[in-house]
Design a protein around this ligand. Structure first.
Ligand code: ADP
Ligand code: SF4
Length: 685
């Protein structure tokens, strides 16, 4: 039963000639699959529709070969040969009564056309926004006319592919329609440059022509960044607002956000849910058309407030719909506590950056809907009556327990600590990582509802205990710990720390050990831990030098859209950054680091080094359970490691590993290796 307070979220809303069944709107978002893995893309979109989203959109879709995003896998609609891929998506979405939206895009010089080798197009020439040292071509009037034709052709194809909502996209600094608007890129002196009225001309033409072409049967949405952090004028209280005023009632729907993507999809480390409200709240006062916006909304009360306060008509979501495709249905069915809330970590955006299907920390089934047939809410029944002992209640153990309990297995979960959560419990106490605790909260709540799970805290088990209990299946999820000897990617033999300079491990810092004075944080891990520890140490009063073997700070955070904010945070904390240096030795208050290019040694004064280099699996327990005949004697069919104790990694890999074990148990198919590959290239010609 829906709580009547949330009824408003389930009202149908008209968008031009179409009607969405409710206010839950999955805005366009990348998924790393796109045209390269079309079934993967279509099945994950279909899952959102099944989970109750009233509108489900594609990622950006190239309208022409001169807008070639190769290097990432988005959608493509260059000609009719692309239609079957799109129909996979629209059919899947329509199957569940949702509207399907497509985000048409010509990316101008926000692409490098690496596959098509076509010259990139821009308002006034100059380098594009990718790193390629090839300049773009300032568009002639004839080319502008051609471009408008490409948009019209793509709109016709979108209609043929059965989309209900067709986007004109001018956001994220990603399309030519944005580039013409932005005075920093547009120095034209004709009717497409100069005044805002001139700079908005192309966007207006494309919008009106899309409407004229297919607007009788498709709703036309305009996705517009009302605030661009890198533009002097395109701000929500300046030209951003003026653009909305100029185009107010032309589109059937406004999808509004802020630019660039890293500002729009801010991680929880750097911003709170709803952080865009101050920028976008004016839009509804300017237009009569429905407005959708995002804010990593997971709470139905916050959603209702957005609507009642006149900020939004539709609750837009990318990440909350990834973490929980069934969020709308859970609200509708009165199961709000079961929502798997997004933690704002942006592992999902790494799929796009590294050109692999999307992954999610909270939802291990994301991206696996087609190739492994995984469903976020449904799982096969137990294949036996075996009882399962899971040792360790970090993200891997918790997820494994939850998924196995859903299958119907009898589970005992034993945890050494006084609380559930393992590494996530500890890491969520570090600066900016508080929301990560949702990984534990969701699973703890769900497990509390399961009659077939017994949880024992404060219960450190030995191999002898495990053998004595004799559960048929044993899962070892005892995690990993950070090394304190410097060994990692760049240092292969332990560093001996001499008198006067101590190594303090990440574990000691997380355990609350106090550190003072000058500290070197050495990052060989390349993600968040080293910079979060540096931030903590500065807050605790230390003077920190951040040394990394990489040529840039925390390169993995490029994938999570955080690298700019990580740099900014370190620099604002007056942390000195030394890139491209490896740890050599440390003693007598001096830390020696070597340049990775020249070998030249540099000396830094510091009494403490925190090596954030690599972790060692906690597999003492597992090693006591390796004797097959001993296991057999105790009626134990298998003892296997999962999560960080199997292979140290990120939280998402631990959750996935726990889930994989649960899917795998008593299942003859080895899902690690055996899945549908969509390997079209392998067809024999
Ligand atoms: P993962 O990320 O793989 O889930 P974590 O390090 O987060 O790993 O969690 C491992 C959990 O296992 C920790 O909560 C730790 O307290 C617990 N643990 C480690 N050894 C034992 C043991 N022998 N008995 C019970 N619990 C253990
Ligand atoms: Fe949210 Fe992280 Fe999942 Fe992305 S990966 S949807 S940010 S929990």
């Amino acid at each position: 039963m829906t709580d009547p307070r949330y009824d408003i979220l389930f009202e149908p809303i008209q968008i031009g000639p179409k009607t969405a069944k409710n206010r839950f709107y999955q805005v366009p978002h990348c998924n790393g699959a796109g045209h390269r893995w079309p079934q993967t893309m279509a099945h994950l979109r279909g899952m959102k529709a099944e989970g109750g989203w009233g509108v489900v959109c594609t990622e950006e879709c190239e309208v022409h070969p001169s807008s070639d995003l190769s290097g990432t896998a988005e959608m493509r609609l260059w000609d009719d040969s692309d239609l079957p891929t799109h129909r996979l998506m629209t059919d899947k979405v329509h199957e569940h009564g949702a509207l399907a939206g497509i985000q048409l895009a010509h990316n101008g010089f926000a692409v490098s056309n690496r596959f098509t080798r076509v010259a990139t197009l821009s308002p006034s020439g100059g380098y594009g926004t990718w790193i390629d040292p090839i300049q773009s071509r300032p568009m002639s009037k004839r080319e502008i006319k051609e471009l408008r034709g490409w948009y019209r052709d793509a709109a016709i194809r979108a209609k043929k592919a059965d989309y209900d909502i067709v986007y004109v996209y001018a956001a994220h600094d990603l399309t030519i329609l944005s580039h013409f608007l932005q005075s920093r890129y547009n120095q034209r002196t004709d009717e497409y440059g100069g005044s805002l009225e001139n700079r908005v001309r192309l966007l207006k033409e494309v919008l009106e022509e899309t409407k004229d072409t297919i607007g009788d049967s498709c709703a036309i949405a305009l996705r517009f960044a009302v605030h661009d952090f890198y533009d002097e004028h395109l701000r929500f209280d300046d030209e951003g607002r003026e653009v909305v005023e100029m185009l107010a009632n032309i589109p059937d729907l406004w999808d509004v956000n802020i630019s660039t993507w890293n500002h729009d999809s801010l991680t929880s480390r750097f911003g709170e849910s709803g952080h865009q409200e101050d920028y976008i709240s004016f839009v509804k006062q300017v237009t009569n058309k429905p407005v959708v916006g995002v804010g990593r909304f997971t709470s139905p009360d916050v959603m209702v407030s957005q609507i009642k306060r006149g900020i939004l008509d539709f609750i837009g979501a990318a990440r909350p719909s990834i973490a929980d495709p069934f969020l709308p249905n859970k609200i509708q069915e009165g199961r709000v506590e079961e929502i798997r809330e997004c933690i704002g970590c942006n592992i999902c955006t790494t799929g796009d950056h590294f050109t692999v299907p999307i992954r999610c920390t909270q939802n291990p089934t994301m991206g696996e809907e087609y190739r492994k047939g995984w469903h976020p809410e449904l799982i096969e029944s137990a294949g036996s009556k075996d009882k399962v002992l899971i040792v360790g209640a970090g993200p891997a153990g918790l997820e494994c327990a939850l998924a196995l309990s859903k299958r119907g297995y009898e589970i005992v979960l034993a945890e050494k600590g006084k609380e559930l959560g393992g590494r996530v419990l500890r890491e969520s106490k570090l600066p900016g990582l508080g929301e990560w605790k949702r990984v534990i909260d969701h699973r703890t709540y769900m497990l509390s509802q399961k009659p077939n799970v017994e949880i024992y805290l404060d219960s450190e088990l030995t191999a002898a205990d495990v053998l004595e209990y004799g559960f048929e299946r044993v899962v070892v999820a005892t995690g990993a710990h950070w090394r304190d000897d410097g060994v990692g990617r760049s240092v292969f033999a332990p560093i001996v720390f001499g008198e006067g300079t101590a190594a303090v491990s990440v574990e000691q810092i997380m355990n609350g050990e106090s550190v003072g004075g000058n500290v070197v944080v050495y990052d060989d891990d390349y993600y968040y831990m080293a910079n979060v520890i540096a931030e903590k140490l500065v807050t605790d009063g230390c003077k920190v030098t951040y040394v990394t073997s990489s040529s840039e700070v925390a390169p993995f955070t490029y994938g999570t859209l955080e690298s700019g904010n990580v740099y900014k945070r370190l620099l604002e904390l007056n942390i000195e950054i030394v890139c491209g240096h490896t740890l050599n030795s440390a003693s007598s208050g001096l830390v020696k680091v070597d340049c990775v290019y020249t070998g030249k040694t540099r000396t830094i004064k510091a009494g403490v080094v925190v090596p954030v280099t690599s972790r060692i699996a906690n597999n003492d327990l597992l090693s006591g359970l390796q004797n097959d005949s001993e296991l057999k004697d105790h009626n134990i069919k298998s003892a296997e490691a999962i999560g960080d104790c199997h292979t140290p990694g990120i939280v998402a890999t631990a959750v996935y590993s726990g889930h994989l074990y649960a899917r795998q148990l008593d299942n003859p198919v080895d899902q690690r290796y055996d899945f549908l590959r969509e390997n079209y290239q392998a067809k024999v010609l």
